[in-house]
Design a protein. Structure first.
Length: 283
């Protein structure tokens, strides 16, 4: 009874809860969480599973990803128990900075565990169709396996910790949708995209130059390799160039969620160079 580690045998239950909540994560996406951090996800059980939480750690950084309590389990402080388990686990890994992209409903819960609002992400749900200009740019070339060390180094400088495992997992899911801008032998921007069961996910998407046109070139080139359908992305609300590019896509819905931090800040260098995050549950 109480909180225990989430295992592969619990993935079916976890997927069903994401569907109940309207998030619709797949078994594959949850398996990535376990692959990244096998002991970092938890189930609350009392005769039956009633909720779960996931987290992953990158060096001194931890990300609290999913937190869902079933309808029949609500009002019993199960969410508090799961957050406490995640925080204790990340603390045991000597994590100095914990972050969560919180729903508005969960802000007070996270605040009670020491998290503070630091940034804001604009989430976009767009529609790709034949009317939207997805012309590829000659300045963009396919991202190659041999580029990943440099990409990881750029990501480390912007995120503030080493996400080598994550970058390689995301690249190998769909290398044909990943592109870079490289000048004078150095990568100045890159973008990843990948299909899922209901559309496409965009990110990470980074541009180190001062030219918004470079970020847009990466965006349209990646989208030129995708079919029609739905596109999901998340960008810092403070990155006005990213907001302008995303506003041009046919919008289905848009909403904003706070980034909450417990401990040291993340993305502390220049969020203006980060046009799209990797994934809500992965930081």
């Amino acid at each position: 009874m109480g909180v225990r580690i989430l295992g592969k045998e619990d993935i079916g239950f976890a997927v069903s809860l994401t569907e109940e909540e309207g998030w619709y994560y797949t078994a594959r996406e949850l398996e990535v969480m376990l692959r990244m951090d096998p002991e970092g996800s938890f189930v609350f059980e009392e005769g039956e599973p009633l909720g779960f939480a996931t987290c992953v750690t990158y060096g001194r950084t931890g990300v609290l990803g999913h937190l869902i309590v079933s309808k029949k389990g609500r009002g019993r402080k199960i969410g508090h128990s799961l957050v406490r388990a995640a925080v204790d686990y990340m603390s045991s890994k000597d994590v100095e900075s914990m972050l969560v992209l919180a729903t508005q409903e969960a802000v007070r819960l996270y605040q009670s565990h020491g998290f503070e609002i630091r940034e804001e992400i604009s989430c976009m749900h767009s529609r790709l169709d034949d009317h939207f200009d997805r012309s590829p740019s000659d300045s963009c070339t396919p991202l190659m396996e041999s580029d990943l060390d440099e990409v990881v180094d750029i990501d480390r400088r912007l995120f503030g910790d080493d996400r080598d495992r994550l970058i390689r997992i995301l690249y190998h899911e769909a290398p044909q949708h990943s592109f870079k801008i490289k000048r004078a032998g150095k990568i100045e921007g890159f973008i990843f995209a990948r299909p899922d069961h209901i559309g496409y996910n965009l990110g990470p998407w980074v541009c180190l130059t001062e030219e918004a046109s470079d970020a847009e070139a990466l965006f349209r080139t990646a989208l030129s390799t995708l079919g029609n359908g739905k596109l999901y992305s998340g960008s810092f609300s403070s990155n006005l160039a990213a907001m302008k590019i995303m506003d041009e896509t046919p919008r289905i819905s848009q909403w904003r969620i706070p980034i909450m931090i417990r401990g040291k800040a993340r993305y502390s260098t220049n969020t203006g160079k980060v046009f799209g995050i990797a994934a809500f549950e992965l930081g």
